[in-house]
Write a protein of this length. Structure first.
Lengths: 354, 99
């Protein structure tokens, strides 16, 4: 090895050691935590804890807004994690008028929320509020994870809902392959009531534990990656934001958990295409809108086998699948989101503009 | 030079451990023995929490101080009032939408 090359390597190693020490100290002491969910937005509608936000943009080019229905589990800021690494930001750059429906953090007052609260009340009202705010006839609806279940059921339950196109991203339909705590609940070894805290909700800690047990050794690789990349400010920032989000769970409304366990997990009714809600049967075959299913190839929470059945259950003649080589979260946050998910979704919506 | 050769020795060791342990750990959390263990643990935690609450409640009541369950009862009343207010405000919103 030539002497100049050796000197360069040495200089790089010394620099990285200094940065590693600095970032390590910052990480351990918890100073300089990155801000999350920073893309400017304003609230356009609110009901209970649910909020509908519209993101500011001067690049709106599409004929109708895109309403994103986030899950009841987890915090919606994962879709707007960091500036430059934000699903919402990429959608805005692609010309979308983005609305986000966030169900908030349930407390004792929400313990009685059922699936109907979301399917028959929050989602349809938010869709109509977005239509009104944007001054258009109809909207495009994108549901993510359990938010996809709610969006799908809402469209199936109300044929008059002003939704032109429906996209379901990492949306669980077949719950038969669920593992961990969910498996215990499905088998009846544990009842939802044994998980509830004194607010009547499944506590956030129980949900965090459930996700953690699904991939028990995941921290080993992720902390090894962190140590290796500790010199890299951008990596550390992304790691901090993502690990904050992973720990930052929200409680799950008790009544909805009981109903979801019975209808979706134990009886697995979504995969049969008919779910009894609010005294009637909601049939997925009532969905006539063009449907895009966005499936994450390496999703351990909602594997492709759990998401794919939706395509065969709807009454739409126009169904497309977008397979993204990513995991459940990488679908909306990683480089595959910017390379595949956003361009794929945008292209599909453009094809279905008229 | 392959990618793995440029990795530091400690990282190669971690990767080797990860490759060997992860499939076994993933399989273990899918067994019924693990499910039984989880269910027992969650149930035991609940029982312990309730027992501790009962015993500390008796102590605080001796000192004429409110307990967690007293706070819970007050909170339940506040939640009931909040629910009524919410229902009223939603009805007003609905009426405004209809107009």
């Amino acid at each position: 090895v030539a002497l100049p090359g050796l000197v360069d390597n040495l200089r790089r190693d010394v620099e990285r050691s200094v940065f590693r020490a600095r970032n390590g100290l910052k990480y351990v002491t918890g100073v300089s935590r990155p801000g999350v969910g920073l893309t400017p937005k304003h609230e356009v509608w609110q009901r209970g804890k649910a909020r509908l936000f519209r993101y500011e943009s001067d690049q709106r080019r599409r004929p109708r807004p895109l309403v994103i229905t986030f899950s009841i589990m987890g915090r919606s800021y994962v879709l707007d994690l960091l500036p430059g690494s934000s699903f919402v930001e990429w959608l805005l750059e692609a010309g979308h008028d983005v609305f986000l429906l966030d169900f908030g953090v349930p407390d004792q007052a929400d313990a009685g929320n059922t699936l109907e609260t979301y399917v028959d009340d929050y989602v349809p009202r938010a869709v109509r509020a977005a239509r009104k705010a944007a001054g258009v006839q109809d909207v495009d609806l994108l549901g993510y994870c359990f938010g996809g279940v709610l969006a799908t059921l809402a469209v199936a339950a109300d044929p008059k809902l002003p939704v032109r196109n429906l996209a379901a991203m990492a949306t669980p339909i077949d719950f038969s392959g669920m593992t961990g705590v969910l498996q215990i609940l499905v088998r009846g070894q544990l009842e939802v009531d044994e998980l509830l805290d004194d607010t009547g909700n499944v506590p956030a800690e129980a949900i965090h534990r459930m996700f953690r047990t699904m991939k028990p050794t995941a921290p080993l690789a992720s902390y090894a990656n962190l140590w290796e990349q500790m010199w890299n400010d951008q990596f550390v920032e992304g790691f901090q934001a993502m690990s904050r989000w992973a720990r930052d769970q929200v409680p799950f409304p008790g009544a909805c958990a009981r109903q979801g366990l019975e209808l979706l997990l134990r009886r697995n009714l979504l995969v049969e295409g008919r779910v009894p809600l609010g005294g009637r049967e909601v049939a997925l075959s009532s969905i006539r809108q063009p449907l895009l299913t966005i499936v994450a190839e390496h999703d351990h929470l909602v594997p492709p086998a759990a998401a794919r059945p939706l395509a065969d259950l709807v009454g739409s003649e126009d169904v497309t699948e977008l397979l993204v080589p990513a995991g459940h979260i990488g679908l909306a946050t990683g480089r595959n989101a910017v390379r595949t998910t956003v361009p794929g979704l945008t292209a599909w919506l453009e094809e279905h503009d008229t | 030079v392959s990618g793995s050769r440029t990795k530091p020795r400690w990282r190669r060791l971690v990767d080797r451990v990860d490759r060997s342990v992860t499939p076994r750990a993933n399989a273990a959390v899918r067994t019924s023995a693990f499910a039984d263990l989880m269910a027992a643990r969650i149930r035991l935690e609940g029982q312990l929490r309730r027992r501790v609450e009962r015993q500390t409640a008796a102590f605080w009541h001796l000192l004429n101080l409110p307990t967690v369950s007293d706070h819970r009862a007050v909170r339940a009343q506040l939640v009931a009032i909040e629910a009524q207010l919410r229902a009223l405000s939603e009805r007003l919103d609905d009426a405004a939408d209809e107009d």
